[in-house]
Write a protein that binds this ligand. Structure first.
Ligand code: FAD
Ligand code: SF4
Length: 316
């Protein structure tokens, strides 16, 4: 690990200023992703700004009946919150499907959204990787790709986004509140927050360097059965091969998003309209442009069957 200096920020403005003014500085929240990346020198900040004492650890109701989740609310506290369990059950279930209890105790809402891919070639610093080292090539293409994306990928990168929580946020159409380096606040719809890889897989989200996430805002709750199904090679403590997050009403209509298939939570609003027609019809719309590899074409059938199970569960 490269040597680095460390300080605790006392205000959001101070944290933003410290990181925005130093290209080698980064925020640290729970540290469960950034420290791992620093240990293997994929991330090499020379200065860490700890944001844990900024008081952004509250979940508050919004005027329109939604919830504002502070950036530093831990995954454990968010999943266990009575209002979240009652009104946003999908979010609670998606979070507890991820990582382990100990990790969720430290992991934060903002850090979870910004966690980096689990593509094994990204972690192997002996291999070319456009995300880690732009322009070096993609070792996954032509390599072992069981875990990789089947849709939305590019000639530069076929990695997936690993967050379970983000799949639920996409179903709810949450938004991410930030403070930009110039001090201005903005709100980014979750649909636009994570990017597809295109020619710049190193650019993973809409936020700028030094931009600080203050909160995630949930719109008012959606009625219906909230279901999250994650399929993985191991029953726990593993990332999704694919996952399905859905809210389904008694008449069969609803909303659905997929994890483990793309560089971002995968939702196509038009597919929601097919939910009442069943899993095959919905999958056909969601994955119409799928371009799987020989190692991961099974994911298309896996999505269809998992969605079938989700729809059956919703119908009781
Ligand atoms: C073994 C293991 C298994 C895991 N399994 C799963 C899983 O199954 N599903 C899943 O979804 N996740 C899983 N995770 C990932 C885990 O959920 C993330 O590591 C965690 O959510 C990151 O949150 P953090 O607060 O620790 O982020 P940090 O590591 O502190 O930060 C991550 C990044 O976010 C930036 N950042 C943090 N807060 C802010 C902010 N407020 N504004 C701007 N930038 C910020 C940091 O600078 C850094 O770049 C796993 C992790 C491990 C280690
Ligand atoms: S898929 Fe993306 S993260 Fe994986 S090796 Fe290729 S460029 Fe790197």
């Amino acid at each position: 690990m490269k040597a680095f200096t460390y300080e605790r920020a006392k205000s959001v403005a101070e944290a933003v200023k410290k990181v925005a003014s130093n290209p080698d500085a980064k925020f640290i929240a729970g540290g469960t992703n950034i420290l791992d990346l620093m240990k293997i020198e994929i991330e090499t900040p020379t200065h860490l700004v700890d944001i844990n004492q900024l008081g952004l650890d509250q979940i508050e109701p919004t005027a329109d009946g939604g919830l504002r989740i502070g950036a530093l609310v831990t995954n454990t506290d968010l999943a266990a919150d009575d209002r979240v369990r009652r009104d946003y059950g999908l979010l609670s279930r998606a979070i507890v499907a991820g990582a382990s209890g100990q990790l969720r105790n430290k992991a934060t809402t903002a850090g979870n959204l910004l966690q980096r891919t689990r593509c094994p070639y990204f972690y192997d610093t002996n291999q070319p990787c456009n995300k880690r080292s732009p322009g070096s090539g993609c070792s996954a293409i032509g390599g072992v790709t069981r875990q990789h994306a089947i849709i939305g990928s590019s000639e530069s990168c076929i990695a997936t986004h690993p967050s379970d929580m983000a799949i639920a946020l996409r179903v709810f159409d949450a938004s991410v509140e930030t403070v930009k380096p110039d001090g201005r606040a903005r709100s980014i719809p979750i649909a636009d927050f994570h990017k597809l890889p295109g020619n710049t897989p190193d650019v993973e989200t809409a936020i700028e360097r030094g931009e600080f996430i203050t909160a995630v805002v949930l719109p008012p709750p959606i009625e219906g059965k909230h279901i999250y199904r994650k399929v993985r090679d191991r029953r726990s403590y593993a990332f999704a091969l694919i996952s399905v997050g859905a809210v389904i009403q008694p008449d069969g209509t609803g909303r659905v998003a997929l994890g483990g298939v793309a560089h971002k939570p995968w939702r196509i609003e038009r597919a929601d309209e097919e939910l009442k027609n069943g899993a095959a019809a919905t999958t056909a719309v969601l994955l119409a442009d799928a371009r799987p590899t020989e190692h991961n074409e099974f994911k298309i059938e896996l999505v269809k069957r998992t969605l079938g199970a989700v729809i059956s569960e919703a119908r009781g």
